[in-house]
Design a protein around this ligand. Structure first.
Ligand SMILES: Nc1ncnc2c1ncn2[C@@H]1O[C@H](COP(=O)(O)OP(=O)(O)OP(=O)(O)O)[C@@H](O)[C@H]1O
Ligand SMILES: [Mg+2]
Length: 489
C-alpha cells in the first residue's frame, strides 16, 4: 500500500513527461488529412491537366489548319516548322467523308493511343492520365482529336507522349510541393492553437490535481479557475468546487477521527472500570439485606448494558471487518442459532415464525450472516417488547428465505410499531438510534456486513411493522441467465 508520504512524493514530482502528446498527434493527423485532401483534388486535376495540355496543342493545330486550308501549296520546310512549333508529327482534318493530311513530319511512326478531347468521360480521363504518367514512353505516339475550322468534322494531330508525360510530372511535383507547404502551415497552426487552447490548460489542471492529491486538506492547493467560458473553464470551475468540497469533508473527517480516537480511549478505560464495578456489585448481590437484594439485579443489568455499549462502540471503531469467508451455510440451522442466542423460549409471548425454502443453502460467512440476522431479529424483538404484552399470534417475528437464481433473499419482519420517522430518516447511520439503551450501531453493522458480501439491505415499505430484505448474491451468474436479464431489461 502507498503511504501518505509516498503519495506526497509521487504527486509532488513534476507532471509526467508526455512522449507523444495530443498536439503532436494532431500535428501528424493534420498533415495526413491535408495530404489526403490534396490527393483527392490531385486525381481529377491531373486528368484535367492532360486534357488542357492536349487542347492547347489542338488549339494551335486549329490555327495551323486554317492557314493550310487557305494556302494549298505550303512548302514542306514551312509545314515542318509549323508542326515543330505545335510539337506534333502530323496534322490532319476530316471533312465530310474525306480525311486530309495537312502536314506531316517523316516518319510519323505507329500511333498507340487515340484521345478524343470532345467527348471524354471523367473516369476514362483519369485512367488515361495515369497510364500516360506511369507507362508512356518518350517514343509512344498519341492521336488527339479536337474541333475543326471551316466546317470540318474534326482535326487530329499525332503527337509524341514524352513531352506530355514530362509536363504532367512537373505539374504533379508542383502539386506535391504545394501540398507539403499547405499541410505544414495548417498543421503548425493547429499545433499552436491546440497547444495554447487545450494542452497548456490541461497541463496546468493535471499539475494542480497532482499537487492537490499530495495534500487534499490544504486549501491553498485548490485550483484557481481562470475566466475562460469554454469547456476548459467549466472543467476548472467544477474541479475547484470538487476540491473545495473534498478539502472541507476531509478536514471534518480528520477532526472526527481524532475525536473518535479520544472516545475509544475513554471507552476502553471506562469498560475496564465498569467491569470492576460489575465485580463489586456481584459480591454485593450476595449480601442478605433485602434492600440490596432488590436493587442488585437492576444494578447488574445496568452495568451489563453499559459494558455491552462500550464493547460495541469499541468494535465499531476498530479497523474494517475481515472479508467474508464464504462457506455453505444451511439457512434453517443458522436461524435456529439466532433464536437460541436471543434466548427466545418456545412459550414466549413473541411468536417466532420461519418460512425457509427446504434445504436452502447460502454461500456466506457463517458468523457474519449470524450477526446480521441477530441484529435484525433483536431489533424486531425489542420493537415488540415496547408494546403492551399480547399474545404470540399478534406479536411475531417472521423470517423467510428463498433463492432466486444466484441470489438468496432473506426477509426479517415483525408486527411491531414499525419505524418512527426519526429512525427512518437516519436509517443505516451510526449512533443515530432512537431506542433508549441502544447504541445505534446494529443496523450499520448489519448493512456493512451485507455489503461486504456484495449484497443489499433495504427496508420493505408498506408492511405492518418493520421488515428488512437482504439480497445476498452467492453464485456466479451463468452466461445465459445474464443474457436473459439483459433481454428483459
Ligand atoms: N424492527 C424495528 N422496528 C422499529 N424500529 C426499529 C426496528 N429496528 C430498528 N429500529 C429503529 O432503528 C434504530 C436503529 O437500530 P439499530 O439496531 O441500528 O440501533 P439500536 O437497536 O438502537 O442499538 P444497537 O446498536 O444496540 O442495536 C433503533 O433505535 C430503532 O429506533
Ligand atoms: Mg439494534
Amino acid at each position: 500500500m502507498q503511504t501518505r508520504d509516498d503519495m506526497k512524493a509521487l504527486a509532488e514530482a513534476s507532471p509526467p513527461r508526455i512522449r507523444f502528446g495530443l498536439s503532436a498527434k494532431l500535428l501528424v493527423l493534420t498533415v495526413l488529412f491535408v495530404m489526403l485532401a490534396e490527393v483527392c483534388i490531385y486525381v481529377p486535376s491531373i486528368a484535367n491537366f492532360r486534357l488542357t495540355w492536349l487542347n492547347n496543342k489542338l488549339g494551335a493545330a486549329y490555327t495551323a489548319a486554317l492557314v493550310f486550308e487557305a494556302t494549298p501549296d505550303v512548302p514542306d520546310a514551312v509545314s515542318r516548322q509549323v508542326l515543330d512549333s505545335i510539337g506534333a508529327r502530323a496534322l490532319a482534318m476530316k471533312m465530310g467523308q474525306q480525311r486530309r493530311l495537312l502536314a506531316t513530319a517523316e516518319p510519323p511512326g505507329e500511333v498507340l493511343q487515340d484521345v478524343d478531347t470532345r467527348e471524354m468521360k471523367p473516369m476514362r480521363a483519369i485512367m488515361e492520365a495515369f497510364r500516360t504518367l506511369l507507362f508512356a514512353k518518350d517514343t509512344d505516339l498519341l492521336r488527339a482529336m479536337g474541333p475543326a475550322p471551316m466546317g470540318g468534322q474534326f482535326i487530329e494531330i499525332v503527337i509524341p507522349e514524352g513531352p506530355l508525360r514530362s509536363a504532367m510530372w512537373l505539374y504533379s511535383r508542383n502539386v506535391m510541393l504545394l501540398s507539403i507547404v499547405i499541410s505544414a502551415i495548417s498543421a503548425a497552426l493547429v499545433y499552436f492553437a491546440l497547444h495554447y487552447l487545450f494542452v497548456r490548460p490541461l497541463y496546468r489542471i493535471t499539475g494542480n490535481m497532482m499537487k492537490f492529491r499530495a495534500d487534499p486538506e490544504d486549501p491553498t492547493r485548490i485550483l484557481l479557475p481562470t475566466r475562460r467560458l469554454d469547456e476548459i473553464g467549466f472543467v476548472e470551475h467544477e474541479l475547484a468546487e470538487m476540491q473545495r468540497d473534498l478539502a472541507a469533508t476531509l478536514q471534518q473527517k480528520t477532526r472526527l477521527a481524532t475525536l473518535g480516537l479520544a472516545v475509544s480511549k475513554i471507552n476502553h478505560d471506562l469498560r475496564n472500570l465498569l467491569a470492576s464495578a460489575q465485580l463489586f456489585s456481584d459480591r454485593l448481590a450476595g449480601l442478605p439485606d433485602p434492600q440490596v437484594q432488590r436493587f442488585a439485579p437492576k444494578l447488574m443489568r445496568a452495568l451489563e448494558r453499559a459494558i455491552a455499549f462500550c464493547q460495541s462502540t469499541l468494535s465499531y471503531g476498530r479497523a474494517q471487518e475481515p472479508p467474508p469467508d464464504r462457506r455453505a451455510v444451511a439457512l434453517m440451522e443458522l436461524i435456529e442459532d439466532v433464536r437460541e442466542t436471543l434466548g427466545l423460549q418456545p412459550d414466549s409471548r413473541i411468536g417466532w415464525i420461519t418460512s425457509i425454502e427446504r434445504g436452502l443453502i447460502v454461500e456466506a460467512d457463517h458468523d457474519q450472516l449470524l450477526r446480521v440476522l441477530l441484529n435484525l431479529a433483536r431489533n424486531a424483538m425489542q420493537a415488540l417488547e415496547t408494546r403492551a404484552p399480547n399474545d404470540a399470534a399478534r406479536d411475531q417475528v417472521r423470517i423467510t428465505g428463498r433463492r432466486e437464481g444466484a441470489v438468496v433473499i432473506i426477509e426479517v419482519a415483525d408486527t411491531g410499531p414499525g419505524f418512527s420517522d426519526q429512525a427512518r430518516a437516519h436509517l443505516f447511520e451510526a449512533f443515530q438510534g432512537t431506542r433508549p439503551g441502544g447504541t445505534g450501531l446494529g443496523l450499520v453493522i448489519a448493512a456493512e456486513l451485507v455489503r461486504a458480501h456484495g449484497g443489499e439491505i433495504s427496508l420493505v415499505e408498506g408492511t405492518i411493522g418493520a421488515a428488512f430484505r437482504l439480497k445476498i448474491p452467492d453464485r456466479p451468474i451463468p452466461l445465459h441467465a445474464r443474457r436473459d436479464e439483459r433481454v428483459r431489461a
